[in-house]
Design a protein around this ligand. Structure first.
Ligand SMILES: [Zn+2]
Length: 137
Protein backbone atom coordinates (compact mmCIF):
# COMPACT_ATOMS: atom_id res chain seq x y z
CA UNK A 1 0.00 0.00 0.00
CA UNK A 2 1.22 3.43 -0.88
CA UNK A 3 2.02 5.72 2.01
CA UNK A 4 0.13 9.01 2.03
CA UNK A 5 2.08 11.90 0.57
CA UNK A 6 3.70 14.11 3.21
CA UNK A 7 4.75 16.80 0.79
CA UNK A 8 7.56 17.79 -1.50
CA UNK A 9 11.28 17.32 -0.90
CA UNK A 10 14.33 18.80 -2.56
CA UNK A 11 17.96 19.25 -1.67
CA UNK A 12 19.41 22.39 -0.14
CA UNK A 13 21.63 22.65 -3.23
CA UNK A 14 18.68 22.69 -5.58
CA UNK A 15 16.83 25.26 -3.48
CA UNK A 16 19.94 27.45 -3.49
CA UNK A 17 20.24 27.07 -7.27
CA UNK A 18 16.64 28.17 -7.81
CA UNK A 19 16.95 31.14 -5.46
CA UNK A 20 20.28 32.23 -6.97
CA UNK A 21 18.87 32.00 -10.49
CA UNK A 22 15.81 34.04 -9.50
CA UNK A 23 18.03 36.59 -7.79
CA UNK A 24 20.32 36.82 -10.82
CA UNK A 25 17.41 37.42 -13.20
CA UNK A 26 15.66 39.94 -10.96
CA UNK A 27 13.68 42.08 -11.80
CA UNK A 28 12.73 39.63 -14.57
CA UNK A 29 10.64 36.62 -13.70
CA UNK A 30 12.07 33.14 -14.11
CA UNK A 31 10.26 30.03 -15.24
CA UNK A 32 11.47 26.48 -14.70
CA UNK A 33 10.14 22.96 -15.02
CA UNK A 34 10.53 20.62 -12.06
CA UNK A 35 11.61 17.07 -12.83
CA UNK A 36 11.12 14.41 -10.23
CA UNK A 37 9.14 11.48 -8.97
CA UNK A 38 7.59 9.99 -5.92
CA UNK A 39 10.18 8.76 -3.42
CA UNK A 40 8.92 7.30 -0.13
CA UNK A 41 6.26 9.66 1.20
CA UNK A 42 7.44 12.62 -0.85
CA UNK A 43 7.35 14.07 -4.32
CA UNK A 44 11.09 14.37 -4.74
CA UNK A 45 12.43 17.04 -7.12
CA UNK A 46 15.62 15.85 -8.79
CA UNK A 47 16.33 18.86 -10.95
CA UNK A 48 14.89 21.90 -12.62
CA UNK A 49 14.99 22.61 -16.35
CA UNK A 50 14.50 25.70 -18.45
CA UNK A 51 11.52 25.35 -20.77
CA UNK A 52 12.47 25.68 -24.46
CA UNK A 53 10.21 28.70 -24.92
CA UNK A 54 11.18 31.30 -22.42
CA UNK A 55 9.37 34.59 -22.88
CA UNK A 56 10.94 37.46 -21.11
CA UNK A 57 8.34 39.48 -19.34
CA UNK A 58 6.94 36.02 -18.88
CA UNK A 59 3.36 35.52 -19.75
CA UNK A 60 2.98 32.25 -17.91
CA UNK A 61 0.26 31.06 -20.27
CA UNK A 62 2.53 31.43 -23.30
CA UNK A 63 4.60 28.44 -22.24
CA UNK A 64 2.94 25.19 -23.04
CA UNK A 65 5.00 22.39 -21.55
CA UNK A 66 2.80 19.83 -23.22
CA UNK A 67 4.27 20.78 -26.58
CA UNK A 68 7.82 20.58 -25.31
CA UNK A 69 9.79 17.34 -25.08
CA UNK A 70 7.51 16.31 -22.31
CA UNK A 71 8.15 13.36 -20.10
CA UNK A 72 6.07 12.10 -17.18
CA UNK A 73 8.97 13.06 -14.94
CA UNK A 74 8.01 16.74 -15.29
CA UNK A 75 5.90 17.14 -12.17
CA UNK A 76 5.27 20.84 -12.28
CA UNK A 77 6.58 24.34 -12.72
CA UNK A 78 8.54 26.86 -10.68
CA UNK A 79 8.56 30.60 -11.28
CA UNK A 80 9.56 33.74 -9.47
CA UNK A 81 7.64 36.73 -8.16
CA UNK A 82 9.88 39.80 -8.31
CA UNK A 83 7.03 41.61 -6.50
CA UNK A 84 7.74 39.57 -3.38
CA UNK A 85 4.25 38.09 -3.18
CA UNK A 86 4.61 34.53 -1.94
CA UNK A 87 1.27 33.36 -3.28
CA UNK A 88 -0.11 32.41 -6.67
CA UNK A 89 -1.83 35.05 -8.76
CA UNK A 90 -5.19 34.33 -10.34
CA UNK A 91 -3.38 33.98 -13.66
CA UNK A 92 -1.01 31.42 -12.09
CA UNK A 93 -3.95 29.27 -11.01
CA UNK A 94 -5.70 29.61 -14.38
CA UNK A 95 -2.58 28.46 -16.22
CA UNK A 96 -1.59 25.79 -13.68
CA UNK A 97 0.39 22.94 -15.25
CA UNK A 98 1.42 19.67 -13.67
CA UNK A 99 0.98 18.57 -10.07
CA UNK A 100 2.91 21.23 -8.19
CA UNK A 101 3.68 24.92 -8.61
CA UNK A 102 6.68 26.44 -6.88
CA UNK A 103 6.98 30.17 -6.36
CA UNK A 104 10.17 31.96 -5.35
CA UNK A 105 9.51 35.45 -4.00
CA UNK A 106 11.82 38.45 -3.76
CA UNK A 107 14.32 38.83 -1.99
CA UNK A 108 15.06 35.12 -2.67
CA UNK A 109 17.10 34.75 0.51
CA UNK A 110 16.09 31.35 1.83
CA UNK A 111 13.46 28.71 2.48
CA UNK A 112 10.94 31.30 3.68
CA UNK A 113 11.04 32.96 0.23
CA UNK A 114 9.94 29.80 -1.55
CA UNK A 115 6.72 27.81 -1.42
CA UNK A 116 4.70 25.24 -3.33
CA UNK A 117 1.01 25.44 -4.11
CA UNK A 118 -1.57 23.02 -5.42
CA UNK A 119 -4.09 23.69 -8.16
CA UNK A 120 -6.44 25.36 -5.67
CA UNK A 121 -3.73 27.66 -4.40
CA UNK A 122 -3.22 25.83 -1.10
CA UNK A 123 0.29 25.54 0.28
CA UNK A 124 1.92 22.13 -0.14
CA UNK A 125 4.44 21.59 2.65
CA UNK A 126 8.00 21.02 1.50
CA UNK A 127 11.12 19.75 3.16
CA UNK A 128 14.84 19.94 2.58
CA UNK A 129 16.60 16.62 2.25
CA UNK A 130 18.40 14.27 -0.08
CA UNK A 131 16.89 11.29 -1.84
CA UNK A 132 18.02 8.90 0.89
CA UNK A 133 16.12 10.95 3.47
CA UNK A 134 12.99 10.68 1.35
CA UNK A 135 13.46 6.97 0.68
CA UNK A 136 13.77 6.16 4.37
CA UNK A 137 10.82 8.27 5.42
ZN1 LIG B 1 3.10 33.89 -10.53
Amino acid sequence: MKKPLKGIMLSQDLLDQILEYAKGMYPKEIMLLARGDRVGSYLYIDEVLSPPLQHNGSDFASINIFYTPFTPSIIGTIHSHPSGALMPSLQDLLSYMGRIMGIAAYPFEGKHDFAFFDRQGNVIPYYIGNKETAKNS
